[in-house]
Design a protein around this ligand. Structure first.
Ligand code: PLP
Length: 355
């Protein structure tokens, strides 16, 4: 389908001044992609100036949380091109999230139109230093103004973008969350929906008061195997081998997790996708068998974990950052930023469009 480019886009882009400090996800690019869906029929997309949305106060998204999103990056490559990393994985995950919330999935071609158009028009806004990127945030919301609890008949899909510095989560201190759950059995844990993040915030505010950075969520069904963090997947390194919780319906299937498994195996590491009992894990950290642990996700790629806190007891990892996580982080970033071969065919070039 053809994409309408609002004539005001050129002025928005020309008038945009890149601030000196970018932070992560706080500076917004001056354009956005938009498409609407009415009674199951999608419009073609349009690129328009970035602006507040006009939503009816009775819109379903505001009351019943019909909202899902994606997080992905456009990278500047060595030859000053722009690359997307496995965008079809984000399209597929967003379709899964939408279906879980009884929303019409954004067709893959429309999703790709959205991320490729925003990346192409914002090519000059993709920062150039290693680790920096244009963070892309596609999202879908139910907009029908109607307070009955039922699926919306109208939806809006947007892609907004944020030129961002490297995301440094630092060495993370994780709190083993034994009280709350971020996801429910049979719930929405494996979908990227707003409600999951809302459900994680209270735990994070409690643990921050105790000097920790993030919750380590346990499986809501058995309460004793490790699931993930609020916005990243979990890996432990034991005697040079990688262990990560196997997908179970309450873990979000991270694109970084999946890519690291393939990359690690190609580099000769053994990777175990399995149930990881939290008490076994803590004992292995205490004995030094588990020397290294890290969290992974699009924003930070890999963040080393320094401490697992369980009640009053702290279990310290001995290698922070450890050699395996350092190695894998660099290997993945080298592919994303075009310094290394891409044997997996993960990168997709986007031709910049000048206005
Ligand atoms: C709950 C959760 N788990 C894991 C991840 C990591 O996913 P990805 O590697 O696709 O960014 C994210 C981030 O999207 C997340 O929100």
């Amino acid at each position: 389908m053809s994409i309408y480019i609002d004539p005001a886009v050129a002025n928005s882009l020309r008038g945009f001044e890149m601030p000196e400090r970018l932070g992560f996800g706080t500076v917004m690019a001056p354009v956005m992609f938009r498409a609407v869906c009415q009674d199951g029929c999608w419009s073609s997309g349009e690129l328009v100036p970035y602006a507040p949305l006009a939503l009816d106060p009775a819109a379903k998204v505001l009351h019943y949380a019909q909202s899902c999103f994606e997080g992905m990056k456009a990278y500047r490559t060595r030859n000053s091109g722009v690359n997307l990393f496995r965008p079809e994985r984000n399209a597929a995950r967003m379709a899964h999230s939408a279906e879980r919330l009884c929303m019409p999935p954004v067709p893959e071609a429309l999703f790709m139109d959205g991320v490729r158009t925003v990346a192409a028009y914002c090519a000059n806004l993709v920062p150039a230093n290693s680790g920096e990127s244009l963070y892309l945030r596609p999202f879908l919301i139910g907009t029908q103004a109607d307070l009955t609890v039922s699926a919306s008949t109208s939806y809006e899909f947007y892609v907004i973008a944020s030129p961002s510095e490297a995301y440094h989560a630092g060495h993370m201190r994780l709190w083993v969350e034994r009280e709350d759950s971020r996801a429910a059995v049979g719930g929405t844990g494996d979908a990227k929906v707003g409600g999951n993040y809302a459900a994680s915030l209270l735990s994070i505010s409690r643990l921050r008061a105790r000097g920790y950075d993030q919750s380590l969520w346990l499986n809501p069904g058995n309460r004793h195997t490790v699931d993930e963090l609020s916005g990243m997947n979990f890996f432990a390194v034991m005697e040079g081998e990688l262990h990560t919780p196997k997908l179970n319906g309450s873990i979000l299937e991270g694109v970084t997790r999946d890519s690291l498994i393939d990359l690690a195996e190609a580099q000769g590491y053994t990777v175990h996708e399995r149930d990881i009992d939290i008490d076994d894990l803590l004992a292995l950290v205490r004995s030094g068998t588990c020397s290294e642990a890290f969290a992974c996700g699009t924003a930070a790629i890999i963040s080393p974990i320094s401490v697992l806190g369980d009640g009053e007891v702290q279990y310290e990892l001995t290698q922070v950052p450890g050699p395996v996580s350092e190695h894998l982080r660099q290997a993945l970033l080298d592919i994303q930023e075009g310094r290394a071969e891409d044997p997996f065919g993960w990168m997709q070039a986007v031709a910049p469009i000048e206005v």
